[in-house]
Design a protein around this ligand. Structure first.
Ligand code: NDP
Ligand code: 2IT
Length: 457
């Protein structure tokens, strides 16, 4: 975020951010996504800690931007034609000050060290905000599950876990899903872990209900993002009912965002995938949602097939941000919503943005939203419901019991409310709430205090 005020204090703050970023850039050259995520946090946290010199003296933020451990490994596997394939696997163990490393696995051809370090860094603050005891981590591979048979995906997952298993454990590091890793992949990964280690533990979350999963984990990220939007709208006496909503993506997060919006009386006008977006002027309904679930999770089809099925408009190669709406839910991938999109959305009467994806809005887009007084929920707050219910899955696994869907949903609602309250506590301004500042500082303080208590380790 740019500092616009010219007072001497503000200039010093800006200088502190610039100097810090020079240090981080020098150590992590070319890691653009990681540097983007660090810059956003540094711009919130460095001005704040000027008043708390112990954080500065103990170089807490300098330590936070250095992963505790990075594992990179070869993932060899054999495709259906009998050809040997080689992918690269990763696990970034970023911070364990407040609990075991926790965060998803992403299988996508765009995965590299920078992308996973940005995700792991965000995860540290997000997990801290959930109020649950979880450190931050992220992993994955540059493997593309698209177009692969179930057998190929299984062999890949088995090879990936053959190495990953020596680095994780229910009290050490607990992975889950993310882009390209859903219930099918978690099942294959869990099976291989169990076979090698000969133990049945809660080492992964997002498991099937038959083998230790939690009710509401599939729904949690999307539902949580809508609950967070509800809380933001409440601050202005508004609600989701009758609001026009646009969603990007059509995967796990987008699916359950759509479901909860419909339940609360909002109108879902768009969904998308990497091929393009679908515009539905009448709004999604239950029949369409059921079709989408089957298309994406069972048939593994493309979003144009959804448009064809219901005679909806399909825009190939386009994003949904040109559609006029009051609420936007970017729920696909990083940097999918830029400055130009943000200007169009604001011109069209946007009231709130809730990031279902991690870092979907560029820094320029965020600045436009904030200047336009659009309620803007950053991903580390608004999409924290997924990892929060993962934390609840870990608790249930440790207790060896299972809570009902209603119980978990109630806990999720209450966690999203407390994340919102925490953002307000640290981000309240004269004329509203700066949710970016609130989330970054609230997430930082808990981890920083734990790090101070534990000494220089
Ligand atoms: P899925 O794999 O289920 O779905 C991803 C969706 O995003 C698909 O529609 C996919 O389209 C689209 N997409 C992915 N990459 C791109 C791209 N480069 N350009 C355009 N579209 C793209 O993943 P999730 O729904 O789980 O994750 C979506 C986002 O939410 C990610 O940013 C993830 O980090 C974040 N998130 C997920 C959580 C979870 O619990 N699953 C928790 C918190 C955040 P296509 O099929 O064509 O690739
Ligand atoms: O980005 C995320 O928070 C996730 N992909 C979920 C992580 C988890 O451990 O449930």
């Amino acid at each position: 975020m740019q500092t616009t005020t010219q007072s001497p204090v503000k200039i010093n703050e800006q200088k502190a951010v610039e100097e810090f970023m020079q240090y981080v850039e020098k150590r992590n050259p070319h890691e653009t996504e990681f540097l983007q995520a660090v810059h956003e946090v540094a711009a919130s946290v460095l001005p704040y800690i000027q008043d708390y010199p112990h954080y500065v003296q103990h170089r807490v933020l300098h330590r936070m931007v250095e992963p505790e451990r990075v594992v990179m490994f070869r993932v060899p596997w054999v495709n259906d034609k009998g050809e040997v394939q080689v992918n690269r696997g990763y696990r970034i163990e970023m911070n364990s000050a407040i609990g075991p490393y926790k965060g998803g696995l992403r299988f996508h051809p765009s995965v590299n060290l920078s992308v996973l370090k940005f995700l792991a860094f965000e995860q540290v603050f997000k997990n801290s905000l959930t109020t649950l005891p979880m450190g931050g981590g992220k992993g994955g591979a540059d493997f593309d599950p698209k177009g692969k048979s179930d057998g190929e995906v299984m062999r890949f997952c088995q090879s990936f876990m053959t190495e990953l298993q020596r680095h994780i454990g229910p009290d050490t590091d607990v992975p889950a899903g993310d882009i390209g890793v859903g219930s099918r992949e978690i099942g294959f990964l869990y099976g291989q872990y169990k076979k090698i280690r000969n133990e049945f533990t809660g080492v992964l979350t997002g498991k099937g209900m038959e083998y230790g999963g939690s009710y509401m984990r599939p729904e949690a990220t999307g539902f949580g993002s809508v609950y967070f939007t509800h809380e933001m709208l409440l601050t202005r006496g508004e609600s989701i009912k009758d609001k026009k909503c646009i969603i990007s993506g059509s995967g796990n997060v987008a699916q359950y965002t759509a479901k909860k919006i419909m339940e609360l009386g909002g109108k879902v006008l768009t969904v998308s995938d990497s091929g393009g977006f679908v515009y539905d002027k009448d709004g999604m309904d239950e029949e369409k949602w059921n079709y989408l679930m089957d298309l994406k999770n069972v048939k593994r089809g493309r979003i144009y097939e959804y448009a064809e099925q219901f005679g909806l408009d399909y825009y190939a190669g386009k994003t949904p941000w040109g559609v006029s709406a009051e609420l936007a839910f970017p729920s696909a991938t990083q940097n999918e919503l830029n400055e130009k999109h943000a200007k169009t959305l604001c011109k069209n009467g946007l009231q709130a943005v809730s990031e279902g994806a991690n870092m979907p809005c560029t820094p320029e887009a965020i600045e436009i939203f904030q200047h336009s007084k659009v309620l803007y929920g950053p991903g580390k707050a608004s999409n924290a419901g997924g990892v929060a219910v993962s934390g609840l899955e870990m608790s249930q696994n440790s207790l060896r019991l299972s809570w009902s869907g209603e119980e978990v949903d109630e806990k999720l609602r209450s966690i999203m409310r407390s994340i919102h309250d925490n953002c307000v506590a640290y981000g309240k301004e004269k004329d509203g709430v700066d949710y970016v500042k609130g989330a970054n500082i609230a997430g930082f303080v808990k981890v920083a205090d734990a790090m101070l208590a534990q000494g220089i380790v």
